[in-house]
Design a protein around this ligand. Structure first.
Ligand SMILES: [Zn+2]
Length: 223
């Protein structure tokens, strides 16, 4: 197993699997490499599991190739890309889990797929926001869809909610988290303790969802 050794004035040995799946061993001065090797051998299963996780994450974040069978996610549902003949640009999701696009779309696939995602996002996010707002007793003024890469949503003081269309590539429960977060902002405009306790009252596991979104933000840049 390949690894890089960093020696320092630390007291204990530490193994670190980096996000590019390489291994770093932090060694105190005076500890032999043989000892490190032994330690790595003992932890081999854990190391390999971590490495596999990072590789899987990288695959998931790989830019789309727009080839038949490639997986796309819309609100957490998986659709396989199916390219059909056609000289007009058409895109549709089918009930049997296909994301069907015509050959014409391949001339500028990013452009067409982005356009489609925006339409989907508008419909889905408007519908779901209205449902959740009604259930939680909030009233908003309008919903707009933008292309932000790092900000899932925002809410103005006058009650206008903005979402990034990229949000629709996330699982439905994560989309719900962003929607509820913005709805609570209609009432509390900052990220104070009061804001989070209100959020927790509606969504007790909001921290888990927030963490997941942070860790998987890269998924939003695949198109
Ligand atoms: Zn916020």
């Amino acid at each position: 197993m390949n690894y890089k050794i960093i020696r320092s004035r630390r007291k204990t040995l530490a193994l670190h699997v980096n996000s590019d799946a390489t291994l770093t061993v932090k060694l105190p001065y005076g500890v032999s490499q043989a000892y490190a090797e032994e330690f790595i051998a003992k932890k081999r299963r854990w190391i390999e599991k971590k490495q596999a996780e990072f590789i899987a994450t990288r695959e998931k974040h790989k830019p789309k190739q727009f080839v038949n069978g490639e997986e796309f996610y819309f609100a957490g549902r998986k659709y396989e890309l199916e390219i059909i003949p056609g000289s007009k640009a058409k895109l549709a999701l089918t009930a049997v889990g296909k994301f069907r696009i015509t050959q014409k779309c391949l001339e500028a696939p990013k452009h067409y797929v982005e356009w489609f995602c925006k339409q989907f996002a508008k419909q889905y996010l408007e519908g779901r926001t209205s449902e959740l707002a009604e259930a939680l007793g909030y009233k908003y003024r309008s919903i707009k869809i933008n292309s932000a890469k790092t900000r899932w949503g925002s809410c103005s003081r006058s009650g206008n909610i903005n979402y990034s269309w990229r949000l629709v590539m996330m699982p439905a429960e994560m989309i719900d988290y962003v929607i509820v977060h913005e709805l609570v902002h209609l009432e509390i405009h900052d990220h104070s303790g009061r804001f989070y306790s209100r959020l927790a009252s509606f969504m007790p596991d909001h921290k888990r969802r927030e963490k997941w979104l942070k860790e998987n933000a890269g998924m939003a840049s695949v198109i």
